[in-house]
Design a protein around this ligand. Structure first.
Ligand code: ADP
Length: 169
């Protein structure tokens, strides 16, 4: 009799906690996939303590790439960038966790790998800006839009991770 309300309380508590966790869109671009860096990159997010809630390997069309990068449509590299993103498989993912949007960008490093610190994904694994292997949403609104662009709601998997009580206390 005592254990039932206690268990229910813990469950509600976990639900409330899960509800406030944010999500971001992360993609390994065709260069990262072709260079065999999928496991390396996933492991950095996974070991940090973030939770994978969606993943798929797709070759985006050029039109899709243009939609994804529409904010950059006036930049001189836009066409080459969209050609490149649609040139091969992209590993699209959604990762969840406290501060994942901002800290995910820290894990990734700055846009230009030459300026990315060692220890970051681009700092450790890429050399030039046009082949910087990974994309990550740059803010909450972009994250929402990019997740909605790349994934159907049914592709996002909500689940309790047993690690959460050790990660968040
Ligand atoms: P980030 O990917 O770090 O958010 P941006 O949104 O500014 O950076 O640019 C999107 C992508 O466009 C970059 O990741 C990179 O692949 C490409 N890009 C940015 N600047 C250049 C550039 N000067 N020349 C070629 N490609 C670029």
């Amino acid at each position: 009799l005592i254990s039932i309300p206690a268990a229910a309380y813990m469950f509600q508590d976990q639900e409330a906690h899960a509800a406030e966790l944010e999500r971001t869109f992360i993609a390994i671009k065709p260069d990262g996939v072709q260079r065999g860096l999928i496991a390396e990159i996933i492991s950095r997010f996974e070991r940090k303590g973030y939770k994978l809630v969606a993943i798929k390997l797709i070759v985006p069309s050029k039109e899709f790439a243009q939609t994804h990068y529409h904010d950059l449509k006036d930049r001189p590299f836009f066409n080459g960038l969209c050609d490149f993103l649609s040139s091969g498989p992209v590993l699209a993912m959604v990762w969840e966790g406290e501060g994942v949007i901002k800290y995910g960008r820290k894990l990734i490093g700055t846009t230009d790998p030459q300026k990315s610190e060692p220890g970051t994904i681009r700092g450790d694994l890429a050399v030039v800006v046009g082949r910087n292997i990974i994309h990550g949403s740059d803010g909450p609104e972009t994250a929402r839009n990019e997740i909605a662009l790349w994934f159907e709601p049914s592709e996002l998997v909500s689940y309790a991770s047993n690690a959460e009580k050790w990660l968040y206390g």
